[in-house]
Design a protein around this ligand. Structure first.
Ligand SMILES: C[S@@+](CC[C@H](N)C(=O)[O-])C[C@H]1O[C@@H](n2cnc3c(N)ncnc32)[C@H](O)[C@@H]1O
Length: 335
């Protein structure tokens, strides 16, 4: 998934830093990914640590993590369900077609008509199976995760769901194929939450706390609202041209509130090693972060400079690369 702030490309840097600070053998450690997004960090640590605790307050993210992290046992027949769902007849009275496809008269075009109707048919069938007891909770989240990932590949957007494209683009015109969202099978139990990180932190404890909050004012609930609709699939009144639904506003996305939230998170954390990802373009400055973290133990930071191509047209035209510095702020907390 093309996700704002995804740490996919920064995984080697994160892994190396954590091994430097904590040690190479992480097999008995409890690792918490507190702002988990796509789950890519939790996925990388799942085979290395004793337990992953994963959290993100967005429902779509919970679905991804509940599958990729929470599911850890083999599930017989899961591919058969995928095959069945792939040949379901489309329906034209579902939420996605009604609110996000042009043919329904919604005025929006996040998906082609055919794909919108197919998403509705699959989503409804998954719910029916779950409610009737045909499938387990683990299977439910595996199938939902498969649907979210597959639908996202057919979205008619430039990247996020803040707007849709006027014309159907090439990838959005292709028929949606439900692909299996395979997860790593291992013999360890993991935990997945869907809560405000500042509340959850008061109830959990462990060894390594990885923090990757939003850096800027872009709210995830607004940028991925369509995925929340597929995940929740309950009636709602879409607002305005983009069909936005109500969404959570994170205190990490405002200059006025970010430092206070960050400090209370650090203060409440019952973890010895706390690692924060942040870049040089974020709402908190490096000295701000250092000042807060230093109050609670030994602080250090590691940096990585990389070239990032900006998605805005002007810079693309000039093939201009932007140098971004990604920081890992490390606190060894006195607990
Ligand atoms: C930078 S992204 C994380 C990206 C993730 N590490 C990845 O690689 O996919 C920040 C995440 O924080 C979540 N978030 C923002 N405020 C939150 C809060 N108060 N509690 C829990 N999650 C929050 C957002 O939904 C978003 O997924």
């Amino acid at each position: 998934m093309n996700y704002i702030g995804s740490k996919h490309t920064l995984l080697p840097f994160l892994l190396k830093t954590i091994e430097n600070v904590v040690g190479e053998d992480l097999s008995d450690k409890v690792f918490c990914d507190c702002f988990a997004g796509t789950g890519v960090v939790g996925k990388a640590f799942k085979p290395l640590v004793g337990k992953v605790i994963s959290n993100d307050w967005e429902r779509y993210s919970y679905v991804l993590n509940r599958n990729y992290i929470g599911n850890h046992l083999e599930m017989a027949g899961k591919e058969d369900y995928i095959s069945y769902l792939n040949v379901l007849p489309a329906v034209d009275d579902g939420l996605i077609y009604a609110h996000y496809c042009k043919g329904s008269g919604s005025g929006r075009q996040y998906f082609s008509d055919e794909n919108g109707k197919k998403i509705d048919a699959i989503r409804r069938q998954i719910e029916d199976w779950y409610v009737s007891g045909e499938i387990s909770e683990n299977m439910y989240f595996y199938l939902l995760c498969s649907l979210l990932e597959s639908a996202d590949k057919r979205a008619n957007t430039a990247s996020v769901y803040g707007a849709f494209l006027k014309e159907i683009k090439r990838t959005a015109a292709k028929p949606l194929v439900l692909e299996s969202a395979d997860y790593l099978v291992n013999d360890k139990e993991h935990e997945v939450f869907c809560e405000d990180a500042n509340l959850l932190i008061k109830r959990i404890s462990g060894d390594i706390l990885y923090l990757d909050p939003p850096y800027n004012s872009r709210q995830y609930g607004a940028n991925y609202h369509v995925l929340n609709t597929i995940a929740e699939y309950r009636p709602f009144v879409p607002k305005g041209k983009t069909g936005l639904r109500d969404y959570f506003r994170s205190s990490y996305c405002s200059k006025l509130t970010v430092l206070e939230s960050f400090e209370s998170l650090i203060q409440d954390a019952q973890f010895k090693f706390i690692i924060l990802s942040y870049n040089n373009e974020g709402l908190m400055s490096q000295p701000d972060i250092e000042r807060v973290m230093k109050k609670y133990g030994d602080y250090d930071f590691y940096s990585l400079q990389y070239q990032r191509f900006r998605a805005d047209k002007e810079e693309k035209r000039n093939h201009h690369a932007n140098r971004t510095t990604e920081y890992l702020h490390v606190l060894i907390k006195n607990i």
